[in-house]
Design a protein around this ligand. Sequence first.
Ligand SMILES: [Cu+2]
Length: 461
Amino acid sequence: MLNRRMFLQGSAALGGAFTLGAGLAERAGAAPDPQILTARFAEAQIAAGGVTPRVMTYDPGDPASAAMPPVLRMRKGEPFAARLVNRLDEPTTVHWHGLRIANAMDGVPEMTQPYVYPGDGFDYLFTPPDAGTFWYHPHCNTLMQMGSGLTGVIVVENPEDPSFEVLNLRDWRLGASGEFIAPFKPRDAARGGTYGTVRTANWQREPVYDAPAGGLVRVRIAATDVTRIYTIGLEGAEARVIALDGNPVEIPFALDRLDLGPGQRVDLALRMPQSEGQHARLGNFRGSSPWTIAAFRAVGTSLKRELGDIAPLPPNPVAEADISTAKRIPIDLTATAEHEPAASICGSLGYTFWAINKVPWPGDTPDPVAPIEELKFGKSYVLEIANRTPHAHPIHLHGLSFRILASNRRSLLPPPTDTILLLPDEQAQLALVADNPGDWVFHCHIIEHQKTGMSAYFRVA
Ligand SMILES: [Cu+2]
C-alpha cells in the first residue's frame, strides 16, 4: 500500500522538523492554546469477537486514551489552534472538511503543506467562518489511515447554540476476532467501494443514549466512513432536519429518508417518545435489510415539548453567486482504462479506474497535474457536473461552499454545501463564488474512488 522505501527516504531527508504552519501563529498575536492531536496507535474494543490492535486515533493528551478522536469544539469567527503530533509510522496531515479556512491550513500534502513525518508535528491555526457540523481526517494514505480510525467530528458553535448530541458514523474492516482485514478489494473499488464488516456510531455497535421523555434532542450526525452511503431514517419518534453539511436549512422539514454519503452531515431535532423506556431508533434504510445505527431511550416523566418549539438556526455568511455573469465549467466524471499510477508517499491502491475530465489523478501526489480551471478571485462560476457512471459519488470541494442550482435527479435543493452526493447519471449545476484563494482539491469521498483517479483541483487566484 504505502511505498515504504519512498517514505523512508523522505523521512531521513526531513527528520526532526517541526513545522509551524505558515508562521501564522506569530502574526496572529493572542493565539489560543493549541488542541493537542497526537496521531497514534491504540487498541480498541470495536468488534464483538475481540480487541482490535493498531487502531489509529487522535489522542487529545492528558490522560492518554484509546477512545475515538475527540469531538473538536470551535467558535464561529474565533481563532482555533491545533498541534498535530505524529506518533504513527508513516506520514500524515489533518484536513478540516467543510471549513472555509486559509489554503495553507487545508492539510493536503504536496499542495498546501509538507508531509508530517513520524516524530514530527504541524501547528494549525485558523478561524472558522461558519457554524455547524464538520469533521477532520488525514489527507495522506487515507484509505488506511481513515479506515484505521482517524475520522473525528468538529462542532463550530454560535454563542447562542443549544447543546447537541454528536454521532460519528463509520464502519471497520475487521475479521471475526477483531483484527483488521484487507482494506479494499480491487473489484469493489471499480464499483461502489468496499464496505466495512463492523458498523459503528461513536465507535460502538448500536449505542443507546438516555434522554428525557417527551423532550427535544438535537443530534449532529457525520458520515465519516470511507465507503458507505447511508439512508437515514427514524422510528419511534418524529424528527426534523435543521441543517445539512454544516449549513442550516431555511425551513426545517420532517425527516423521512435522507441519503447521507461519505463526508456529509445532517443535524436533526427529534422529539423523544412520551413514556419512560420507549426508544427512538435511528436506522439505515438503504438496501433490503434496514439496521439500527443508534437509539435514544426515554427516561423520566414527559417534558411534553413540541418540535415546533425549535427555533431555526442563523444562516452562515456564504456568498451567493452572480449567475448572470458566471462562467460555466463542464466537469465529467467517468470510468477510465485501468492503469498503474505513479508511486506516492501518501499511498496508492495500485490501479486507477476513475477520471475527472478524462484525467485520472489519485490525488495527494507529486504528479504534475494542471488544475481543472483557474478561477479568478471574487468571480462567480457554475460547475456543470455530469456523473457518467452507474455509481453514486459524494463529490467534495475543499475551501469553498457551493449551491446546487439545478439537477436532473432531485427536486429538493439543499442549502450551500461542500459535498454533493451525485447520483448515478445525475447532471447538476453547482454555483459558487471563488472567494478563497489557493489550490482546492475536488474529489470523490468514496476513498477508493478518490485514490484510483477521481480527484482534481481548482486554483483560485
Ligand atoms: Cu466516487
